[in-house]
Design a protein around this ligand. Structure first.
Ligand SMILES: NC(=O)C1=CN([C@@H]2O[C@H](COP(=O)(O)OP(=O)(O)OC[C@H]3O[C@@H](n4cnc5c(N)ncnc54)[C@H](OP(=O)(O)O)[C@@H]3O)[C@@H](O)[C@H]2O)C=CC1
Ligand SMILES: O=C(O)CCC(=O)C(=O)O
Ligand SMILES: [Mg+2]
Length: 745
């Protein structure tokens, strides 16, 4: 970061948000620099993270610094101001494509070792695992989460509601989750009486002690959990559900979050694929083992691996796989036109986005024939699955929500310092043998938590530090006070972990003046019910939740309320005093890249960026006493309001206004707001000519932006696009570019 100049760090990420950034950054810089603010970039794309991790394999001029680690360090400084766009949390199949693209571009990064034969293989695999899954967010999110729909967005939706599928009382869609043997039913939890170092060990029935995690340092008041998922129970559950779906003729879909729960959920996913194709696996297991097939990476992995076989052998396998469909239920599809099912890749169906999409569509998903159908949504882990059944019940009884009248459900989520599942990745294991899985105090040898496990069960430990819990309670009280809304803590006293949290919430609430506030604690299912009943009547309710429900609810409610979580304000007040401003609550929208490359239309909505930038500028202005930054922020908010009022959001249809056009309108309205304000003469004088020039050229610019649409474009790569090609595709209006350039000091 520059020593004197106040700085906003703008992250460069992946897929659609990276494309949008190529167009938006020049606009941001033009405005920010007028207030003496530097806008620096930090590339934390999955490609950049791989290159940084394997610098030692690269030529000197190809090397990249470890930007993520640097940003992680900066989160600990009070002056830090980061604008974070969504990034890919890569599954193994995605990582393999990244590696292939980088190698094709002359970067000598090593192959991803599928089979661990040597120590070197293991080392490379360990290094790659740092780039897998949710590897960025837990590092940067050194604060709890505050996500909400701004008033202007709610007002916009009331005028321009999105479509909602109809719910029928006769809908057969439902959620299927385990009733025993999953993490929920086998959880143990405790609050530490003092700081302790612990280890995770398995004492096998054969008398061996296997240390799985040698040391975890914990502080006084930290909450720790030990939980396991029984493989036997999981496989039985899948078998039952698949049979039930077949018998009753309902489609089957699987919803996991293999990216965020990057160790446990790929395994959970893999078992589903193996059970579904049981006979084919039984017949070809030996060959699959030889080929190194790993269906934790999806059926796509199997298809890739059998490519190398002689065609007769390959055809036999494919036939055997197809035969399995004869006595299995119909599978929900990700892309029915291309025959890509729900089992193809663990990162294609991610529960936070997939369940809300289904609920928004009246409980339906796509089948192989391209038609939408009722579905059995299989979500093995019951801990959080039950909330979805509750909303399905509600919609079946009361019909779909009406976006023009429904209340809003903001979220205050516990996630700082790798809270709960965020910190579980290096503490999750597939159990090698039957035995006792113990969390043991390193100094005293005391067994703090013990579980009876069997071979192939998944055993994991989660932790939450005490300070983030205090901070979360404080944030919830602050939001209740600022908004006047009631707060519900979604905590289930029958779940050991949440029972520990309840005690802490009750204690820490006493640190605050809560007079006049409506703060309640209810189990997840009751919380859902209570919140939905209120939302239906137009009433607002803040959900204060743990990390997973933070993730699930901040897609669920925005998708119902606003049609997309891209229109959310998503703030992470860093515990060290800085700010992390996230853009929307959604992901990196791979489908949008496809449309851009094929038709040169980017339907990505940058509203999340606009909203986040305003808060980032305001925060920077207040903290550094930079009045111009605050004026920029106020003007930007007004411009965003005008953009919504005039409905200049990107359209989904090629040929109509897209992301680039929407950004042009934002620049126009922002300049007009600055030209109209009277608080700062310098800013007025600087932006009045720009406002005038952009307005005069509106027609030419919109035409130039529309003209390019409709044909293919080349951005020189997917994970590591060529920056010049990207700039030329994303900035196609000469008139806009030169007008913007003319505003520079
Ligand atoms: N904060 C983060 O870093 C996050 C990262 N991710 C990562 O993103 C990737 C994709 O995840 P996925 O589950 O497909 O979820 P996404 O949120 O990326 O996509 C789901 C759908 O939401 C819509 N959408 C999301 N953002 C926007 C936007 N700004 N403008 C318009 N529409 C939007 C799109 O709908 P449509 O196609 O109908 O236009 C999109 O296809 C994964 O790698 C995942 O790990 C996911 C969530 C958060
Ligand atoms: O970190 C991730 O993988 C995704 C995070 C996410 O979906 C969210 O924060 O809403
Ligand atoms: Mg999410």
């Amino acid at each position: 970061m520059s020593a004197q100049k106040p700085t906003i760090i703008y992250t460069l990420t992946d897929e659609a948000p990276l494309l949008a950034t190529a167009a938006f950054l020049p606009v941001v810089r033009t405005f920010a620099e007028s207030a003496g603010i530097a806008v620096e970039t930090s590339d934390i794309s999955v490609a950049a993270r791989v290159l940084a991790e394997f610098s030692d394999y690269l030529d000197e001029d190809q090397r990249l610094p470890d930007n993520l680690a640097e940003l992680g360090r900066l989160t600990q400084l009070p002056e830090t101001n980061i604008l974070k766009l969504p990034n890919i949390s890569a599954s193994v199949p995605q990582l393999l494509t990244v590696i292939k693209e980088l190698q094709g571009k002359g970067y000598a990064v090593p192959d991803y070792p599928q089979d661990l034969k040597t120590d070197e293989d293991k080392e490379i695999r360990d290094r790659y695992s740092k780039c897998l899954g949710s590897a960025v967010n837990p590092v940067l999110r050194e604060g709890n989460s505050d996500r909400r729909a701004p008033k202007a967005v709610k007002e916009y939706v009331r005028k321009h509601p999105h479509s909602m599928g109809e719910w029928s009382m006769a809908s057969r869609s439902h959620v299927a989750h385990m009733k025993h043997g999953d993490f929920y039913h086998g959880e143990k939890s405790m609050t530490l009486d003092r700081a302790r170092d612990v280890k995770m060990e398995l004492v096998t029935d054969s008398g061996q002690t296997i240390v799985l995690k040698p040391k975890v340092s914990l502080g006084e008041g930290d909450v720790i959990d030990s939980m396991f998922m029984s493989k036997k129970a999981l496989v039985e559950f899948y078998e039952e559900q698949m049979e039930d779906a077949r018998k009753t003729g309902v489609m089957l879909s699987l919803h996991v979050k293999a990216t965020m729960m990057k160790v446990s959920h790929p395994i959970v996913f893999g078992h589903a694929v193996r059970v579904f194709y049981k006979e084919a696996f039984a017949k070809h297991q030996e060959l699959f083992d030889e080929l190194g097939v790993n269906v934790n990476n999806g059926l796509g992995d199997l298809y890739d691996k059998i490519e190398s076989l002689p065609s007769s052998q390959r055809d036999e396998i494919i036939k055997d796989l197809h035969d399995c469909h004869e006595h299995r239920p119909e599978l929900a599809m990700v892309d029915s036109a291309r025959g890509i099912s729900n089992f193809h890749s663990p990162s294609d169906v991610i529960v936070d986005a997939s369940m809300p999409a289904m609920i928004r569509s009246g409980g339906k998903m796509y089948g192989a024939d391209g038609r939408t159908k009722d579905t059995k949504a299989v979500m093995p882990e019951s801990t959080f699955a039950r909330i979805y059944q509750e909303i399905i019940n509600f919609c079946k009884t009361n019909g779909a929500f009406d976006p023009t009248t429904m209340g809003t459900v903001p979220n205050v989520g516990l996630m700082a310092q790798k809270a709960e599942e965020y910190g579980s990745h290096d503490k999750t294991f597939e159990v090698p043998e039957d035995g006792d899985a113990n969390i043991v105090d390193l100094e005293t040898g005391e067994v703090l938590l013990t579980q009876r496990v069997e071979a192939d069960d998944i055993w994991r430990m989660c932790t939450v530090k005490d300070a983030p819990i205090r901070d979360w309670v404080k944030l919830a009280v602050t939001r209740a006070r600022d908004s006047g809304m009631p707060v519900l803590f979604w905590l289930d006293r029958y779940r050991p972990h949440e029972n520990e949290l309840i005690k802490k919430v009750q204690t820490y609430l006493k640190d605050h003046d809560t007079t006049g506030l409506d703060i309640q604690i209810m189990s997840q299912v009751r919380s859902m019910r209570y919140t939905l009943e209120r939302a239906m009547r137009g009433l607002d309710t803040i959900a204060a939740t743990g990390n997973i429900l933070r993730d699930y609810l901040t897609d669920l409610f925005p998708i119902l309320e606003l049609g997309t979580s891209a229109k959310m304000l998503s703030i992470v007040p860093l515990m060290a005093g800085g700010g992390l401003y996230e853009t929307g609550a959604g992901g990196s929208a791979p489908k949008h890249v496809k449309q851009l490359v094929e038709e040169n239309h980017l339907r990505w909505d940058s509203l999340g960026e606009f909203l986040a930038l305003a808060v980032s500028l305001e925060d920077l202005g207040r903290k550094t006493g930079n009045k111009q930054a605050v004026i920029l922020a106020t003007a930007l908010d007004a411009a965003t309001g005008k953009l919504l009022e005039n409905n200049k959001n990107p359209s989904r249809r090629t040929g109509e206004l897209d992301n680039r056009g929407s950004q042009f309108y934002l620049a126009l309205y922002w300049a007009q707001e600055l030209a109209a304000q009277t608080e700062d003469e310098d800013l007025r004088a600087r932006f009045a000519p720009l406002a005038k020039a952009l307005a005069e050229n509106e027609e030419a610019i919109v035409r130039e932006l529309a003209e390019v649409q409709g044909s293919q474009v080349d951005i020189g790569g997917y994970y590591l696009p060529d920056s010049e090609k990207l700039a030329s595709v994303m900035r196609p209006s000469k008139t806009f570019n030169t007008t913007l350039e003319s505003a520079k000091a």
